[in-house]
Design a protein around this ligand. Structure first.
Ligand code: TXA
Ligand code: MG
Length: 359
């Protein structure tokens, strides 16, 4: 299959007639049942008509995604949610008013007849969000239907934050990718579910627990992913799968003392090189100079105190290690506060839980 690449500026004020034609072409492919990769403010999504079971089945096939992992439905207008879900609670309405369009996904009680089973993986709930990216909104509106879209990566691989990442995974296997430039947030949306007077954060993201507390904390409890201990609490089916993983063996190092951290990383990298590994390090600007001579691929993710900077480049860095065929990776932890909590969650999943906290 030929994969069309439609380059469209992120800024809708710059759109020419030609840009609008590209958006219409992407929407036409979607209407005809073909999944198309589109940019959102979080990561690229592989989008298909959410009301068309056969189109959605193709997403699962192309990604190699397990059938029990449901998809997020993307709407162009807030009112569209009423066609997909049962009437909203006040908490849900408030969250939509405050955070849509934007990187917040709500898991809602579905109107089952309105959405094919395959989208929901047979659950009685449906996950919905209105993305903020102008290109995503324009494509949803031009298609005239809600779009089911998981991240546009092969299952298990790091999510795509650039069109080239999508092409790495899907060139020749999807009809088109709309290239709207690098995504702004870099990590996937926050997923929440309101149930029994509590708001459960099923997946952390750039809409942080602190922001949700401020929004609805006065009327309900806000429960973070890390606090979910009891099996009766709601979960996202996706959390049980390996995620975001680079091909090399990865370890997260969380040693707040700089001297101790540098010593550990230098020693570990020397040992890895001696056993024949190609080494890679994901570090911050302040520490990078200590490793230049010692590590094969050193990637710098801004400054330690600004986890937004790490979020933005994280998946690109993980994919870069793969491109450079790095077999042994160390990534430095960031402070797990606010967006840092979501970033640490991705880092730990990419590392399969391997973390060093003391020496
Ligand atoms: O930012 C994002 O959310 C991106 C962009 C493209 O919108 N999408 C994305 O989709 O990350 P995906 O499929 O990679 O992750 C969706 C997550 C999975 O963990 C899935 O299990 C969960 O949302 N999810 C979807 N529907 C659900 C439901 N009905 N109940 C619980 N969790 C659900
Ligand atoms: Mg994904």
């Amino acid at each position: 299959m030929r994969t069309e690449v439609y380059v469209v500026s992120r800024d809708s004020e710059e759109w020419t007639e030609e840009d609008r034609d590209k958006i219409d072409s992407a929407a036409a492919l979607i209407r005809n049942g073909h999944p198309v990769a589109i940019p959102t403010e979080t990561v690229y999504g592989l989008a298909a008509n959410a009301l068309h079971a056969h189109a959605v089945e193709q997403i699962f096939a192309v990604k190699g995604r397990p059938a029990d992992n449901p998809l997020i439905v993307h709407v162009g207008e807030q009112a569209q949610v009423n066609e997909l879900a049962e009437p909203l609670s006040q908490v849900e309405q408030r969250l939509i008013e405050l955070f849509w369009p934007g990187p917040l996904t709500l898991v809602l009680k579905a109107k089952p007849a309105a959405i094919p089973d395959v989208v929901r993986a047979g659950l009685d709930t449906v996950a919905v969000r209105q993305p903020k990216h102008p290109v995503a909104l324009a494509i949803i509106r031009a298609s005239g239907v809600p779009l089911a879209a998981p991240s546009a990566n092969l299952s298990g691989r790091p999510s795509p934050t650039k069109a080239e990442h999508v092409l790495d995974d899907f060139l020749g296997n999807i009809a088109a990718v709309v290239d709207g430039g690098p995504t702004a947030d870099g990590i996937e949306s926050t997923v929440v579910r309101y149930m029994d007077d509590a708001l459960y954060i099923l997946r952390a993201g750039t809409i942080t627990a602190e922001m949700l507390m401020e929004a609805v904390g006065s009327v309900c409890r806000v429960i973070s992913e890390e606090d979910v201990v009891c099996s009766a609490t709601p979960r996202s089916p996706g959390v049980k799968y390996t995620h975001y993983a680079p091909r090399g063996e990865m370890t997260v190092v969380d040693l707040p003392d700089q001297a101790q951290r540098i010593e550990w990383i230098q020693r570990t990298m020397r040992e890895a090189a001696l056993t024949g590994h190609k080494t890679g390090l994901l570090t911050f600007a302040d520490d990078a100079p200590f490793y230049r001579e010692l590590v094969d691929v050193v990637l710098v993710a801004g400054v330690r105190s600004e986890p937004e900077q790490l979020a933005e480049v994280l998946y690109d860095c993980l994919r870069r290690f793969d491109r450079e065929q790095v077999t042994f990776i160390v990534a430095e932890a960031c402070p797990a506060k606010q967006v840092g909590a979501a970033v640490m969650n991705r880092l730990l999943k990419a590392a399969g839980g391997r973390m060093v906290r003391d020496v």
